[in-house]
Design a protein. Structure first.
Length: 734
């Protein structure tokens, strides 16, 4: 019996076998490859039709399948002259013989345009349909997944979808829709879903085409379909959207009462009843596992990478009696519009489940309610967008209130810089807060001794992540914190510091005491890692190259920029530290642009920033100073697969220099050759992370190489520059 005959014989009860993969399928994803091998019998024909480089991508994909034990071949079918192969009898025969096919990523329009020519389905498409009907596997990643549903999303972002709706012109903002091949008959498919924040574009596509169900598959994850059953397999999950009872209005940009479920690896859904079925390891959240009792204080970009996932995780692990809903926003500076996403648990119908395997927490969220709306902002509201507000947990700041950001620990400053810093602090008392350190006692003792060696009174506040709840019940300890003239936050792990002060997602009594001291006029000093924690949006990890190349990552275990909630006491934008030796300027630029934050502050080692008036006025001291970043919201573009940020202003603020963020005025203390040298080094290091377009053009080289990080620096004066960035966000068309 031939392989095709064997497939036909077993197809009676499972006529449809699909692997809908959300893109970026990793070569080491054994679970997804194992499922494809089981469903295909180990033989598969690879179609790199969607790719702009079909030969290269075809060979890469072939090697990956062969590594997992497949007998695989590459079909020479691609757009252009290769489209004639869609009528090739030999290729048709090969499809019928092998019986299963796989489509790589790239441009889904190329797949449809190649398989349907002059309005008619080609023999190759007919052969693929016959193979699927006979029980063969149809698998596709990224573009290969997008083409599977009848309604096909061709391009556009969530924010464009919310503000501009559907467009027919690829040069205009909005989402593009077309007709797919209809293999997946249960709703609209979208891919790269959580990583690229595609909730709104899927909802708008459903509303515009009146399709009531949508399936958003994340990267390195597959929705495995066998007949009327579908199961999630892979690194993350699938978002299922049910719009049957929703009120969708594309004219006003309002989409209310959608049902949203997040199905994790091992979860399933019945494609007849559309009832999700959690995996057998999933269970209800125990009372002791409740991690959040209040909404997130920082405002993530609603359509930023993993923002929806992070918000749902908070609600899954949240105390429903105190915290059952939360909201995210995204701002379109060009259109002057604000988009809102609301997610909430519905008592009696929403189910929140988790599993705790050794490799980390897994979650399932079933039947959440979500609503999206777009609001055009008035000129007065728009004028307020760029203003910094006082951030002391609602307390009025004293005129003396200030924040000092230190790029590294003062213990390792040059002796003269140590003296300068000690003079700024004054005579004390300084309360040393070492909760960021893994060795809090030792770190606190070292800093207490440092201050004493400079004639400054200092004490260990003795608060750690293990003792913060005890301190919250100790009025004397809280009064002591609130009465400090200076509070010094030692460096270390900024995540640990935030988890200490935002205990279970709530502002702890200790954080309120620190804010009270700050509001009363105390100096709040942050050293090294603690600098990042003071921002509303905190940089938690990732290198500059990873940030530029991969964008925002889900957690510290993945390549990319890790963004988490910060304390929100600093009004000067996103802050980072150890900028020179760790070469972190690139990741700070990406953090500001990805999170739609206008300002950033990168503090150099052995240097500091004095932030007054809620962070609107900044002054540099120490050896080097700091780099101030200002983005141009109207020149940012987070496209489907590209990151573009033009007109990013970089300014070196040297020792003694000041900058007013309200008007961008810089007051220079004096000419500083050392500051110019530092700035040259920082810009050069950043350009080395990618490709300097100016250098490439002067040398006659082609700057359009696939996946290059393209950087252009235009120097306005020795202490400022304008940066243009463009880079791809995928390793290959996978």
């Amino acid at each position: 019996m031939s392989h095709a005959s064997a497939l036909a014989a077993r197809a009676a009860d499972q006529p449809t076998r699909l692997a809908v993969i959300g893109g970026r399928l990793e070569d080491n994803n054994r679970a997804v490859y194992r499922e494809m091998r089981r469903l295909s019998g180990g033989r598969i024909l690879i179609f790199p039709t969607a790719s702009s480089e079909p030969w290269e991508v075809g060979e890469e994909t072939l090697a990956a399948f062969q590594t997992h034990g497949f007998a695989a071949e590459v079909a020479p079918l691609h757009s252009g002259e290769g489209a004639a192969r869609a009528f090739d009898p030999e290729l048709v025969a090969k499809i019928r013989d092998i019986g299963s096919v796989y489509f790589t990523g790239g441009d889904q329009f190329k797949i449809v345009n190649t398989l349907i020519q002059n309005g008619a389905e080609t023999p190759v498409l007919a052969a693929i349909r016959d193979s699927v009907s006979a029980g063969g596997l149809l698998a596709g990643s990224s573009a290969g997944a997008a083409m599977m549903s009848k309604v096909m999303i061709l391009g556009g972002t969530s924010l464009e979808a919310m503000v501009h709706g559907v467009t027919d012109d690829p040069e205009e903002p909005g989402i593009l829709l077309g007709s797919g091949l209809g293999f997946f008959t249960h709703g609209v498919v979208d891919q790269h879903f959580i990583k690229r924040g595609r909730l709104a574009r899927l909802v708008v596509a459903m509303a515009a085409t009146r399709v009531k169900r949508g399936f958003g598959v994340d990267e390195n994850t597959a929705l495995i379909v066998e007949g009327n059953q579908a199961r999630v397999c892979g690194e993350y999950g699938v978002v299922y959207i049910d719009a049957r009872r929703a009120a969708l209005d594309t004219i006003s940009g309002t989409y209310r009462d959608l049902r949203l479920s997040y199905l994790d690896d091992g979860d399933a859904i019945d494609l007849r009843s559309f009832v999700p079925r959690p995996g057998e390891l999933k269970r209800r959240v125990r009372k002791s596992e409740i991690a959040y009792r209040a909404p997130a204080r920082s405002q993530r970009n609603a359509f930023g990478a993993y923002a929806l996932y992070d918000l749902m995780a908070r609600l899954v692990l949240g105390d429903q009696s105190a915290y059952a809903q939360d909201t995210l926003h995204a701002f379109d500076a060009k259109a002057g519009a604000d988009a809102t996403v609301e997610l909430k648990r519905a008592k009696g119908s929403t189910r929140c489940l988790i599993a705790t395997p050794t490799d980390g927490l897994r979650m399932t969220g079933i039947n959440f309610r979500t609503s999206l709306k777009t609001e055009a902002l008035s000129p007065d509201v728009l004028a307020e967008q760029d203003k910094r507000t006082a951030r002391a947990l609602g307390m009025d700041l004293n005129e003396r209130s200030r924040i000092l950001l230190l790029g590294s620990s003062p213990i390792y400053f040059d002796r003269d810089v140590q003296g300068e810093f000690a003079a700024l602090v004054g005579g004390g008392p300084v309360g040393v807060f070492a909760a960021a350190s893994a060795e809090a006692k030792r770190t606190a003792a070292e800093h207490v001794q440092f201050f004493k060696s400079h004639g400054v009174e200092a004490i260990d506040l003795d608060v750690t992540i293990d003792t913060v709840e005890y301190a919250a019940r100790n009025p004397e300890a809280l009064d002591r914190i609130a009465s400090m003239r200076t509070i010094f936050l030692c460096g270390g792990n900024q995540i640990r510091l935030v988890e200490t002060l935002l205990h279970r997602g709530e502002e702890s009594a200790v954080l309120r005491a620190i804010a009270q001291a700050y509001a009363n006029g105390a100096a709040l000093v942050a050293s090294s890692g603690a600098v990042s924690a003071l921002s509303s949006v905190m940089i938690a990890g990732g290198s500059s190259y990873e940030a530029l190349r991969f964008g925002v990552a889900s957690d510290l275990g993945h390549q990319g920029l890790v963004i988490q909630e910060g304390l929100g006491l600093l009004g000067a934008g996103i802050a980072d530290q150890n900028i020179i030796t760790a070469r972190r300027l690139g990741r700070l630029v990406v953090a500001c642009t990805e999170e739609n934050e206008r300002f950033g502050v990168g503090v150099c080692e052995e240097s500091g920033v004095i932030a007054a008036k809620s962070g609107m006025e900044l002054e540099a001291f120490g050896r080097h100073g700091f780099v101030q970043i200002e983005t141009t919201p109207t020149r940012l573009a987070l496209r489907d697969d590209r990151f573009i940020a033009k007109g990013v202003k970089l300014r070196m603020i040297g020792p003694g220099d000041r900058i007013n963020l309200a008007n961008s005025h810089v007051e220079r203390a004096a000419e500083a050759p050392a500051a110019v040298e530092t700035f040259d080094r920082l810009v050069s290091d950043l350009l080395r992370e990618g490709v300097d377009l100016d250098v490439m053009e002067r040398s006659g080289r082609d700057p359009s190489a696939r996946h290059a990080i393209k950087l252009r620096s235009r120097r306005e004066d020795p202490l400022s520059a304008v940066l243009d960035i463009e880079c791809a966000r995928e390793e290959r068309d996978s």
